[in-house]
Design a protein around this ligand. Structure first.
Ligand code: FAD
Length: 445
């Protein structure tokens, strides 16, 4: 229902942010028969190139694929993706070691271009009846008492009953909730930043093995590379901000890469100009509670990075945001599409997103420090052997996170239970050894 100016009375659902999660949520809501209007600050990405500075590609795994499958989009998206069944570790001397992610050789994470995925999801959403996207609309204000939303484009004011913020880690919708009494909020920046670089195709072919996520673990720093359909690789260098900034002239850049990333350096003809031109990205964990508020005028909720931005080291941010859409859809089922109640119910997901935020931070240490060590690789081999020996009874944490849709909090409980059992078994074996030793000593006396 459209009212006379200056207000546009929007019934049904307003989503702020037409990124990955906003578009996918629009598909789920439209499928339920709702009218959805998405407001996006950028111009239509289908009519212009990708933004610099955001990750160019990302790894999609079971949770993301499950959400896409529910909308019949999985085949189309995976058709453009490159399967990565394991990690390829690059030692400083150039030695390569492949470590499969799973005991099941059929399991892989998938490298997908972020911009292509966003375009596909926009196409999917706008093909559904009742979905409209208004580009070039940056939300600048939201008043929960009146339901008014303000945008910077021509001072447009819109009135809405249900608003969902899918506007990313620096969410303007969340800023409104933060201002209300009773909202907890924290953001934790790593002192690490990241810079994207590129390894182009060589003679029309991939310059490295495409079926792997490449890692150069170097202790304080780490570089990863994911393959792209055009046979290039996008590399991401993670390093403390001051160190990234200290490489401030071509000589230093070349010398550093020649020393620490020699094999990659040989494959990067544009290393110096790319390093100098590409922006440094920030890595933040956002925690906010509650994710919703209901007033007499409106209900506001948050999904995706707006609710729970996490660091990228488990490759789960978008996967987790996609799973949010599945969970919110379930909450709407349970409440008969009563949005205030559904968004209240959706808060149960916070237990899961808190866990993946922690696991993602822990995984950074594993990726930059441990994956290169023989002990770590032997541990992974032993873990996969156990998985084959006890199928379904021993499942590694990585397997549960990346290749199942098991709630993250349940994974944490399961892994903690297993560690307690292993510790108890170890303590029992030790105690038996000590008792036997003491008995032998007593007999000798
Ligand atoms: P976003 O993608 O940030 O989209 C938000 C949208 O809202 C944007 O379109 C933005 O323009 C719009 N917007 C913002 N503010 C406003 C406003 N005021 N008004 C209107 N519109 C607005 N995840 C994975 O699953 N796997 C990976 O391998 C992976 N790798 C990553 C690597 C890096 C280096 C980084 C930084 C992240 C990675 N992620 C990965 C995380 C993933 O990118 C995010 O979790 C995901 O993009 C979140 O989607 P979103 O739609 O919630 O937010």
């Amino acid at each position: 229902i459209v009212a006379a100016s200056p207000y546009e009375e929007v019934m049904e659902v307003t989503i702020v942010g037409a990124g990955l999660v906003g578009c996918l949520l629009a598909c789920f809501l439209a499928r339920r028969g709702h009218r959805v209007i998405l407001y996006e600050r950028r111009d239509d990405p289908r009519e212009r190139g990708a933004d610099r500075g955001r990750s160019i590609n990302l790894a999609v795994s079971a949770r993301g694929i499950d959400a896409l499958r529910r909308l019949g989009l999985d085949r189309e998206v995976l058709g453009e993706a490159i399967a990565m069944p394991g990690r390829m570790m690059h030692a400083p001397d150039g030695t390569l070691t492949f470590q499969p992610y799973s005991a099941d050789r059929g399991h892989a994470i998938h490298s997908i271009g972020r911009a292509d995925l966003n375009r596909r999801l926009l196409d999917a959403a706008t093909a559904l009846p009742g979905v409209e996207v208004r580009f070039g609309h940056r939300l600048t204000g939201l008043d929960p008492r009146t339901g008014d939303l303000e945008f910077d484009s021509g001072a447009t004011t819109v009135r809405a009953r249900v608003v969902i913020g899918a506007d990313g880690a620096r969410s303007a919708v969340r800023a409104t909730l933060q201002a209300l009494p009773g909202t907890d909020f924290s953001q934790e920046y790593l002192d690490y930043g990241y810079k994207e670089l590129s390894i182009p195709a060589r003679d029309g072919a991939f310059a490295m093995e495409p079926g792997a996520l490449h890692i150069w673990p170097r202790g304080r720093s780490m570089m990863i590379a994911l393959p792209n359909p055009d046979r290039s690789f996008t590399c991401t260098l993670f390093w403390p901000h001051d160190q990234l900034a200290a490489l401030d002239d071509p000589r230093r850049i070349s010398a550093h890469f020649a020393e620490h990333y020699a094999d990659a350096c040989d494959l990067m003809p544009d290393l110096v100009p790319a390093y100098q031109a590409n922006p440094v990205g920030h890595l933040v964990t956002v925690r906010c509670s509650p994710w919703h508020v209901t007033t007499a005028a409106m209900t506001v909720g948050l999904v995706g990075d707006a609710a729970h931005a996490i660091v990228p080291f488990y490759g789960q941010g978008a996967n987790c945001g996609f799973q949010d859409c599945v969970e919110l859809d379930r909450c709407l089922d349970e409440t008969g599409d009563d949005f205030p109640r559904a968004l209240e119910l959706f808060e149960r997901r916070k237990a899961d997103t808190d866990v993946i935020a922690r696991l993602a931070l822990d995984n950074f240490v594993e990726m930059r420090d441990k994956v290169g060590s023989r002990l770590f690789l032997a541990g992974k081999r032993a873990e996969h052997a156990l998985e084959r020996l006890l199928p379904g009874r021993y499942v590694s944490q990585y397997e549960l996170v990346s290749f199942t849709t098991t709630p993250y909090a349940e994974i944490e409980r399961r892994v903690a239970r297993r560690r307690r059992l292993v510790a108890a078994a170890g303590a029992a074996v030790l105690a038996m050894g000590v008792t036997a030793g003491l008995a032998r000593a007593a007999r000798r006396r």
